[in-house]
Design a protein around this ligand. Structure first.
Ligand code: ADP
Ligand code: MG
Length: 476
């Protein structure tokens, strides 16, 4: 039997607000335990939550960017459960009326565009953290994270493979960072997801029973966990069993998913509207204001890069993966008369490799966009060859000076006057009679050897096109 996988993701993006969603406590990451939890976050009796306006604006911006409907009126609900890192005994979330719903996003996977429905995105608060390591036989509780604003983004069960789920998660990640509503830092847990996975016979229209894989915090893990879970479910069904609805954990080290607990149903949580919070109303003036303030979105930028700079989809995709990278590229093109394609090759190639080696972000590049633009100009004008340009790039990267300064100081200008090249060619030809004979006997591939020798004699500075021409003339 052929099976089809069905996947829906619930992504939690931590919103980049200064303070918490219902209190004034700071949200900064990495503070000493329990120094950023105020009485509201601790759930003391008698305190009242006050909604953070900025979190609402961020959620609406997300909704607008994903073609969602923005609810004129939405409400916060209490989701009741007990856990040590949740002192109130309930999480404030949204249930029946989320702030935005009914949108979609286009995702590129294996060169095809796939539209993934977004069921809803709602605001909620994060819980605290239990720490199990430093306390013998006990657990510590850090409530700094309690009350941190989250946007939970729920997709339709529209994905059909682990690769599609990974592509969707990446696309949303890029989007929230473009919008500036989340830093998307996955090591710090600011962007994580639960994956719901089921299988069904290919061609069936009904959904199968799903399991939910909790807290996947890297793109690679999401894909791996889903792949393993699909196989596990197929094995069960093939051997005559049935999949049970449950929550599972992915163990990356052992490459398996493990049952964690039976799946709760909504009624287990006794959701009810939070009596301490007013409904959120969003009028059309606010929506218009936020719409007008949206930045150019990743898809738009990608298409503009292809049209304006004549780039392939592949190049445009990489260059628009983040706003700072796209800005760097455009800055570089603006500062140079070189072809935009050459700039793309350098940004994607040498620059990216250097950043990678030094473990730096684009904003920390040791070669500025204008400086790279100047380097490209020297290549295009024939002042230096592409190969020498790599040496110049290294030197600029290492702080040895500007492009022109390094070219002059090291004497790297390309040799393009034919007399000097002819002199080098004569030397090399005279020094290698055996190879000259081979060439004249018809083994013309030794030309490569001669080119190499001349380039070496010129310390890489001779114009390769001229070297080729002159060699052919002399040898022929
Ligand atoms: P819950 O309230 O239990 O979290 P939802 O109905 O809100 O469940 O769905 C959560 C996620 O699970 C959504 O992303 C949805 O697309 C996905 N989902 C629902 N049913 C299935 C299924 N049978 N197979 C795969 N994914 C599913
Ligand atoms: Mg869920």
């Amino acid at each position: 039997m052929q099976y089809e996988a069905v996947i829906g993701l619930e992504i939690h993006a931590q919103l980049a607000t200064e303070s918490k969603i219902f209190s004034g406590a700071a949200t900064r990451y990495g503070a000493p335990p329990n120094t950023q939890a105020c009485l509201v976050d601790l759930g003391y009796p008698g305190v009242l939550p006050v909604l953070n306006r900025e979190a609402v604006r961020m959620a609406v911006r997300f909704g607008l960017a994903t073609h969602c409907r923005i609810a004129e009126r939405s409400i916060f609900a209490r989701k009741n459960y007990f856990y040590p890192d949740l002192p109130k005994g309930y999480q404030i979330s949204q249930y029946e009326l989320p702030i935005v719903h009914g949108g979609y996003i286009d995702v590129i996977c294996a060169d095809r565009v796939k539209r993934i429905g977004i069921t809803r995105a709602h605001l909620e608060e994060d819980a605290g953290k239990s720490l199990h390591e430093d306390f013998q036989g006990m657990s510590g509780i850090d409530l700094n994270r309690a009350g941190t604003p989250l946007l939970e983004i729920v997709s339709e069960p529209d994905m059909r493979s682990a690769a599609e789920a990974g592509a969707y998660m990446r696309t949303i990640h890029t989007l929230v960072r473009y919008l500036g509503i989340s830093d998307g830092n996955m090591q710090e847990g600011s962007y994580r997801c639960d994956a719901n996975v089921s299988i069904r016979p290919r061609g069936a229209t009904e959904l199968g029973t799903r399991t939910e894989l909790k807290n996947l915090n890297s793109f690679r893990f999401v894909e791996k966990a889903i792949e393993i879970e699909i196989e596990r479910q197929i094995d069960i069904v093939e051997s005559g069993g049935t999949v049970v609805q449950e929550t599972r954990l992915f163990d990356a080290e052992r490459g398996e998913t493990r049952a964690m607990r039976g799946k709760e149903e909504a009624e287990d949580y006794r959701y009810f509207p939070d009596p301490d919070l007013l409904p959120v109303s969003i009028d059309s003036a606010l929506v218009d204001e936020l719409r007008a303030g949206l930045p150019e979105l990743p898809v738009e930028k990608r298409e503009r890069f292809m049209a304006q700079y004549d780039l392939s989809a592949y190049d445009a995709d990489i260059l628009t993966a983040s706003r700072p990278l796209a800005d760097y590229y455009e800055d570089c093109v603006r500062h140079s008369r070189a072809r935009p394609k050459l700039a793309a090759n350098w940004v994607i190639g040498d620059l990216a490799a250097a950043l990678n080696r030094a473990d730096l972000e684009i904003g920390e590049s040791r070669v500025g966009a204008a400086e790279l633009g100047a380097l490209l100009d020297r290549i295009e004008s024939g002042t230096i060859s592409g190969k020498i340009a790599k040496e110049v790039f290294e030197a600029v990267w290492n702080g040895e000076g500007g492009v022109d300064e390094i070219i002059e100081r090291r004497g790297l200008r390309q040799i393009s006057d034919s007399a000097s090249i002819e002199a080098l060619v004569d030397e090399v030809v005279a020094a290698n009679p055996a190879q000259v004979q081979q060439y004249r006997d018809g083994r013309t591939q030794v030309l490569g050897f001669f080119v190499g020798q001349v380039m070496k004699a010129s310390k890489g500075r001779a114009n390769p096109r001229q070297v080729n021409e002159i060699l052919r003339a002399k040898l022929g």
